[in-house]
Design a protein around this ligand. Sequence first.
Ligand code: FES
Length: 166
Amino acid sequence: MLKTTANTEKLHNFSKVCEILDKFDRQPSKIIPILQAVQEEYRYLPEEIMTFVATSLGTSPARVFGIATFYSHFSLEPKGKYIIKVCDGTACHVKGSSGLVETIQRELNLSEKNHTTDDLLFTLETVSCLGACGLAPAVVINDKVYGQVSKQRMKELITEYKTMEA
Ligand code: FES
């Protein structure tokens, strides 16, 4: 089910998707870059947009859904503006990454099942080795890497990002 967001409004406005489709000349062979562009715009692949893309390309929704579910970088669930990736590779795990996950869940009211905040500001993900083991425990928020993150620092980071949005 869709969360209440500004995205809801976006969903009913297909002009962005039309722009994306035009950019790729409505070529069915460009389906993957089209879906990538749609995901960049909406931060996930909304069901009704995928159906619209399928119809516009003259292909079946089943094919589009098939591609979207096949590639792991596509998300069918709404995602937050800020994706917090906590590394849970060996080095980070040893240095307490699970404590960071718990801290984030508590601060943002998230759980094992619910990874995205209702305001669509944050999504929590765990990943295996980010390739920055010297910085363990490492956290990446969107493209920014934070090293040797303590629970306290994690709380501060969340506050900093929230403040940026306030
Ligand atoms: S284990 Fe976390 S960066 Fe390598």
